[in-house]
Design a protein around this ligand. Structure first.
Ligand code: URA
Length: 288
């Protein structure tokens, strides 16, 4: 006789399974409840509420990849370079800061008034997560929820991003999440070139300080900013790029997935390549 589970938990399991189905994962093992680190249970862990204080890196080892068998994926060496237009690079002029840390970068940013976005913001959304994460997600810019809380990706799109991270067998605290611009653009418009240019040095310093193995650009603004390209994201999403010594993958923004759920399958394919690069695999459960 199977043990009964509370209705609220059952509802959450059902919701989670529907989400996996949306991602194209349909094969589950019958004894899924038995496995400690199972996909279903890890995804059901209450969301690791991202905390505003920046964690000092010295006490924190880089999070270890959990399960080490790579899933099939395009090798990173088959990277298709995105053509970078000629002209001065956004990042060339950024001076490397010796022994830079997220704490220093946040201090340097201060109560920033360097661009016009400061006028309408409530909180600067610097970034959140593990200061030595192997995986960094870069979004576009804060929305209303993020502006109110001072944390990246905490609204509807953020909840979907959290589900995506958990579907990879990770938790938000294992990765680092930040945006191209740190202040909310009015009416959620796309950040303008002068705003991107002003904020980019801080993003670059964040990435340099974390030194992740993989960067995932969420959406066209992040991808076009980092890769300094005008190509549409659909032309190169899911393909490995080399960016300043890091592997970079562009994929669709979670907000786009909320409007266009069938694209979740593409994003899941992209994330599986990222998992392979990081030595992560969907946790397997024993069949009975
Ligand atoms: N969209 C983004 O690009 N970033 C956030 O932090 C939230 C929504």
């Amino acid at each position: 006789m199977p043990e009964s589970i509370p209705e609220s938990l059952q509802a959450r399991i059902e919701e989670r399974l529907r989400y996996y189905e949306d991602l194209g994962i349909r094969l589950f093992y019958r004894d899924r409840a038995a496995s400690g680190a199972s996909l279903a249970t890890s995804a059901l862990t209450p969301s690791q509420a991202p905390s505003a204080p920046i964690r000092e890196e010295s006490s924190l080892p880089r999070p270890k990849s959990k399960v080490m068998v790579p899933v099939s994926a395009e090798p990173a060496s088959r990277a298709t370079p995105v053509v970078v237009p000629s002209g001065p690079s956004l990042f060339e002029a950024v001076e490397k800061v010796k022994d830079d840390t997220l704490v220093k970068i946040r201090e340097d940013l201060g109560d920033c008034t360097r661009c016009k976005l400061h006028k309408g913001r409530n909180k600067i959304v610097f970034g959140d997560g593990h200061p030595k994460a192997e995986l960094v997600f870069v979004g576009e810019g804060p929305g209303a929820d993020e502006d109110a809380q001072g944390l990246p990706f905490v609204g509807r799109a953020g909840k979907l991003l959290t589900q995506m991270i958990e579907a990879m067998g990770l938790q938000r605290k294992d990765v680092y999440i930040c945006n191209v611009v740190k202040c909310r653009p009015p009416e959620n418009r796309a950040p303008e070139p002068d705003e991107v240019k002003t904020c980019s040095p801080y993003l670059l310093r964040q990435i340099d300080a974390i030194h992740p193995k993989v960067i995932v650009c969420l959406g066209a603004v992040a991808a076009k900013t980092l890769l300094e390209t005008t190509r549409g994201i659909s032309q190169f999403r899911g393909e490995w790029q080399e960016w300043r010594g890091h592997k970079l993958m562009a994929t669709y923004h979670p907000a786009y997935l909320l409007r266009n759920p069938p694209a979740k399958a593409d994003v899941w394919k992209d994330l599986q390549k990222v998992m392979a690069e990081l030595g992560l695999q969907l946790p397997k459960k024993k069949s009975s």
